[in-house]
Design a binder for this molecule. Structure first.
Ligand SMILES: C[C@H](O)[C@@H](O)[C@@H](O)C(=O)CO
Ligand SMILES: [Mn+2]
Length: 590
């Protein structure tokens, strides 16, 4: 990804068109609102590249339809992917609203008394509702004086929530999901639904057979210099764990070295398949140099490939992490088992937070009674109502160790540009790479083995495909928890201890799917989930509404939910209204 083709935020200062006094008296205040919003957003938002988000303001205030059209034309040229209309006064609703198809839209009506900004807000939103072009309403809870140039806190929060989600929508548009291989072990999420990607995300689907990875290994179609650097770095930083395989299938040191070489090559090759690599063109591989313009990808791995070749665990874990032999850098969204729906769940989380993602199996619910039965210990604290074991070999980012810290020393997962060299080292030092379990992975490989530090707020998400309904989003905000080490060991060793483990506790509401920890797992719609640091369920809900994906399960406070204003026209029960609105509008790009 580079900034030149990332979407901008368009800002539309809209005004009462009456010349001869009214318009003139409002020009400065209206344009100043736009400038203030531009400065605020550019200071508070970053692209996945780490660069400041760019905002574009219309060349003039928008009082009549010609000016609205001129603004729309400018925004197309500037690659604007979402728009925010701002106004302190009455304007002419359907003459001035943004009618650009497919892009997320919001309107901030200044809460002032001298001019009827809120009246325009309501009138404009009525136009959006009547025309079937939903828009978000932003209006402060407190009255401001006409000369007050500040952005109230509640308006700031909505501007950020709208912009983060809108940028995610716009960033996915036109990019690819790359399947390397196809369906893994009958996992439904790896049966790729092209209509979902095309109609809901505006994305396209690309496919390469796993033999392409073999071809590039055998014909040395990768950057040789980077490979040498990568292999040396790997040997120094990726410490082999205990080989738990029985002696009759354990590999010799020479065979293990060969496998390290292969998994490092797989990593270079899969990154090239996703994003291309100009070094390949220099070596005469012009077509391979192009890549597949993939913002997310999945590696089937299991089975076939893993039955005789090293598994994708190392490749997936390193690509999903915020660092490798080239240093600290943006993560790549690489799903294991080609679970495309979980790849999208990772992608949503990544684009909303700029943080790497942990791909996980939702493997075991442990009640306090069961833990006491097998360990003699009772779960305590946050874990007292039970825990969920999140663990999957492969694409769990090493950022998921929780070895990065905030200013107070609390465990976090950061955008790559905030990660220190020391934190990168700690993530690597807290990860071991035991030989892959032979019964599952006859071709060998190395699995990333780590334990997530407890005490991290996290949000786990999942997209499921419900026939007759379409895609639905579920999410659970909660925390990673620490267990006494002997309890962790006793539980972990009953599973596959060579894989990355997180002990997860969802925040309970006492109702429905969040009645208790068991119900969260019982209502989880698939074998996988994706999580990262922080509680960003509210942004996920806003993003889902922009894409017209209904939310079937969440534990976000009602007052934090921000959806287009016309959702209110679909009924008073917020979740039912969400379903009705998404069904009414249909996929964003249909
Ligand atoms: C044991 C299987 O091979 C694993 O891949 C399985 O645990 C999964 O991850 C299925 O989602
Ligand atoms: Mn899995």
């Amino acid at each position: 990804m580079n900034k030149s083709n990332l979407p901008k935020i368009g800002i539309r200062p809209t005004i009462d068109g009456r010349l001869g006094g009214v318009r003139e008296s409002l020009e400065e205040q209206t344009m100043e609102m736009a400038r203030t919003v531009k400065t605020f957003l550019e200071e508070n938002l970053k692209y996945p590249t780490g660069e400041a988000v760019e905002c574009v303001i219309a060349d003039s205030t928008i009082g009549r339809v010609k000016e609205a059209a001129d603004c729309a034309e400018k925004f197309v040229k500037e690659n604007v992917g979402l728009s925010i209309t701002v106004t302190p006064c009455w304007c002419y609703g359907s003459e001035t609203i943004d009618m650009t198809p497919h892009i997320p839209k919001a309107i901030w009506g200044f809460n002032g008394t001298e001019r009827p900004g809120a009246v325009y807000l309501a009138a404009a939103l009525a136009g959006h509702s009547q025309k079937g072009v939903p828009a978000f309403s932003i209006y402060s809870h407190e009255v401001q004086e006409a000369g007050d140039k500040s952005i109230p806190q509640d308006v700031q929060e909505k501007l950020l929530k709208f912009s983060k989600s809108g940028l995610a929508v716009a960033t996915m548009k036109g990019k690819s999901y790359l399947s390397i291989g196809s369906v893994s072990m009958g996992i439904a999420g790896s049966i790729v639904d092209e209509n979902f990607f095309q109609e809901f995300l505006g994305m396209r689907n690309e496919y390469v057979d796993m033999s392409e990875v073999s071809r590039r290994i055998e014909e040395n179609i990768f950057d040789q210099a980077e490979y040498e650097k990568a292999l040396a770095w790997t040997k120094e930083n990726c410490v082999e764990g205990v080989d738990l395989n029985t002696e009759d299938v354990q590999r010799t040191p020479q065979e293990k070295d060969k496998i390290w070489e292969q998994v490092v090559k797989m990593t270079l090759i899969c990154k090239d398949l996703m994003c291309g690599n100009p070094e390949l063109a220099k070596a005469g591989f012009g077509e391979e140099a192009l890549g597949h313009n993939a913002i997310a990808a999945g590696f089937q791995g299991q089975r076939q490939w893993t039955d005789f070749k090293p598994n994708g665990d190392f490749m997936e874990a390193i690509l999903n992490s915020s660092f490798d032999w080239n240093g600290i850098r943006n993560p790549y969204m690489m799903a294991t088992e080609n679970d495309a729906l979980n790849a999208v769940s990772m992608l949503f989380g990544y684009l909303l937070t700029n943080q790497a993602q942990v791909f996980c199996d939702v493997r075991t619910f442990w009640s306090a009674d069961s833990v006491e039965r097998v360990t003699g210990e009772r779960l305590e604290g946050l874990a007292e109502n039970g825990i969920i074991h999140l663990i999957n070999s492969g694409s769990a980012t090493l950022d998921g160790t929780g070895q990065q810290s905030d200013a107070d020393g609390n465990p976090v997962m950061k955008p790559f540009w905030d990660i220190t060299e020391e934190e990168k080292e700690k993530c690597l030092q807290n990860t071991q790479w035991p030989a892959a379990i032979h019964e599952y992975f006859r071709g060998g490989g190395y699995s990333s083995q780590f334990l997530t530090k407890g005490g991290m707020p996290v949000t786990m998400a999942r997209i499921n495909n419900i026939k007759g309904v379409g895609p639905v989003l579920q999410l659970a905000e909660g925390w990673s928890v620490d267990l006494p080490s002997h309890v962790h060991k006793a539980l972990d060793q009953r599973t596959n201890e060579t894989w990355p483990t997180t002990w997860f506790v969802p925040r309970l509401t006492g109702e429905g799917a969040f009645k208790d920890v068991y119900s969260v797992m019982a209502n989880w719609g698939a074998n996988h989930g994706a999580f990262s640091f922080g509680h960003y369920g509210e942004e996920l809900i806003t993003l889902a509404s922009m894409l017209r994906i209904p939310v079937c399960m969440h534990n976000v406070d009602t007052d934090k939910i921000f959806r287009p204003s016309s959702w209110a026209g679909h009924g008073m029960d917020a979740e039912g209204a969400d379903y009705r609105a998404c069904s009414n509008y249909g996929p964003l790009y249909k």
